[in-house]
Write a protein that binds this ligand. Structure first.
Ligand code: BES
Ligand code: MN
Ligand code: ZN
Length: 525
């Protein structure tokens, strides 16, 4: 059900429920009085993620904990929105009281946007295959705010709605069974998205993929009866949104792993290990969803999205452990484990991205189980060849409420993927730094282009219900990517241009320590 969001200066009388964010000292932000004794009896301490519902017979009062007001930022309000939605889903009209919320940790606009996202994300259920739908009733949420700028408040609601819709699109694509969400189906949906979002799209079929020498994608696809697809989406900002840096509009390329089902191929996974492997196209889903929201969000740079899409199956034509494949740029890879397939399709995707001469490439992939071992289920790994770009990704993820942690890209470990017979092999040392080995292989396909790699193997799926997350796909990465392209600054000039002093650099980055000690003159030869 679509929820309508309205703004008001105070909670309307006809609301069935009123949500009140409460801090850890049991204080409300607005002038609403909190009955401390009643809270204590119910064990409510204002902790983030907790809530308590008081029913006075007429209106439900839902107190939602946001914790320490000094640190409760947008994510605290996103989660509060999710917790609130779960408490009021049987009501038709509810109000969330954001009066008094505006300070150093969260602006009034950021809080509005967060609550809209949290409510929408929590409200969505993937029930296409259920005979009985759970049927939440929530149709209208009034946000009470004393925001001093009405236009900004409206913009915040729109931004929250667009962000949440993008995340929900990704979740739906991922949650469909792999038998339905085949490479052809996913490419067809990408075309629909391109049509409504004003994007140009190119879909390569298996013949074009072969003609374009995408040997990694072809190799992985060999074992499957379903043909592969390569989707390329391009967003060009309208003239009134385009942001010129150094006389031109910057380009960000995003590449997403699109394995619609990962059986492991001939290096077959266990039954347990492949149960959730429909999720292995979460990177591609994030790319489609991100591109689909760029126009609605008024993104100012060009965005190119690339998704190599295939199943990884063990059919009679499947690639064999020990086979050697040739990636688009001519580099060869010995495939010693067919279950390390993501890096093979991404290698081709990164070559195509590099050919676009973008200012930055971000790839996003459910790439390694080792990343779950290292960082658990809630934190993605980020690696790359450009610390400024990685910094921008980290800042974007912080704003998005999606946790990432930087891991190294150690030159010393490059030898671990040396092959006896090819340029490299697709696995590193058994049981050692598997996430880094995968990233070191990807690095071979981006040349000098500033590049960051997001390994989302952990957070792409949630195994529990909490705040705005459900069991199943999370849509992780969509908000981070949208935040990133919304604020992206080129980290260096292109080879073919001179950067004008100060152009494309914020005051901070122009004083920061650039890795090549050179903030002005472009990529090293
Ligand atoms: N898609 C998996 C990674 C994965 C595992 C994502 C679990 C989410 C949950 C990937 O293709 C894979 O199988 N990686 C192997 C690599 C290994 C063979 C070097 C892995 O992590 O075990
Ligand atoms: Mn695999
Ligand atoms: Zn995989």
């Amino acid at each position: 059900m679509n929820i309508e969001f309205l703004l008001a200066t105070e909670p309307p009388a006809e609301c069935e429920a009123i949500g009140v964010p409460v801090n850890a000292a049991l204080g409300a932000y607005s002038a609403v009085e909190i009955d401390e004794a009643r809270c204590k009896r119910r064990g409510f301490k204002g902790k983030p993620g907790s809530s308590v519902v008081f029913d006075d017979g007429e209106t439900l009062q839902v107190l939602v904990g946001v914790g320490n007001p000094e640190t409760a930022g947008q994510e605290a309000f996103r989660r509060a929105g999710g917790v609130f939605q779960r408490d009021v889903e049987k009501c038709t009209t509810a109000c969330f009281d954001l009066r008094g919320v505006s300070g150093p940790a969260v602006s009034a606009s950021a809080a509005i946007e967060g609550v809209v996202e949290g409510v929408m994300l929590a409200a969505h259920r993937f029930e296409e295959y259920k005979s009985e739908k759970s049927g939440g009733a929530l149709a209208r949420v009034v946000i009470a705010t004393d925001h001093t700028d009405a236009t900004s408040a409206v913009v915040a609601v729109a931004r929250g709605t667009n962000m949440a819709e993008a995340v929900l699109l990704a979740r739906d694509l991922i949650d469909h069974p792999a038998g339905v969400m085949t490479p052809r189906r996913l490419a067809a949906i990408a075309s629909d998205v391109a049509a409504y979002a004003g994007l140009t799209i190119k879909v390569m079929d298996e013949d074009e993929i072969a003609a374009e020498r995408l040997g990694g994608l072809l190799g992985v696809a060999m074992g499957s009866a379903e043909p592969p697809r390569l989707v390329k989406l391009v967003y060009e900002p309208d003239a009134d949104h385009a942001r010129q840096v150094n006389g031109r509009v910057p380009t960000v390329a995003i590449v997403g792993k699109g394995i619609t089902f990962d059986s492991g191929g001939l290096s077959l996974k266990t039954g347990e290990g492949m149960m959730t492997m429909k999720t292995d196209m979460s990177g591609a889903a994030a790319v489609v969803a991100t591109l689909g929201a760029c126009r609605a969000l008024g993104v100012g740079c060009r965005v190119v999205g690339i998704a190599p899409i295939t199943e990884n199956m063990p059919g009679g034509h499947a690639q064999r452990p020990g086979d050697v494949i040739t990636i688009r740029n001519g580099k060869t890879i010995e495939v010693l484990n067919t279950d390390a397939e993501g890096r093979l399709v991404l290698a081709d995707g990164l070559c195509l991205a590099t050919e676009e001469l973008p200012d930055a490439i971000i790839d996003i992939a459910t790439l390694t189980g080792a990343c779950i071992v290292a960082l658990g289920k809630e934190i993605a790994g980020v690696m790359g060849n450009d610390d400024d770009l990685i910094g921008q990704v980290r800042d974007a993820s912080e704003r998005a409420g999606e946790k990432v942690w930087q891991l190294p890209l150690p030159e010393e470990y490059r030898k671990d993927i040396d092959s006896e017979i090819a340029d490299m092999k697709n696995i590193g040392k058994a049981g050692q730094a598997g996430t880094l080995a995968a990233a070191l292989l990807l690095a071979e396909f981006v040349g000098d282009t500033p590049w960051a790699h997001l390994d989302i193997a952990g957070p792409a799926r949630s195994e529990n219900e909490s705040h705005y997350l459900h069991k199943g796909a999370t849509g992780f990465g969509v908000r981070t990517l949208l935040e990133l392209v919304s604020t992206f600054e080129p980290t260096r000039g292109r080879e073919d241009e001179e950067i004008a002093p100060g152009a494309g650099e914020s005051a901070e980055s122009s004083t920061s320590d650039d890795s090549n000690g050179d903030t002005g003159s472009g990529i090293e030869p």
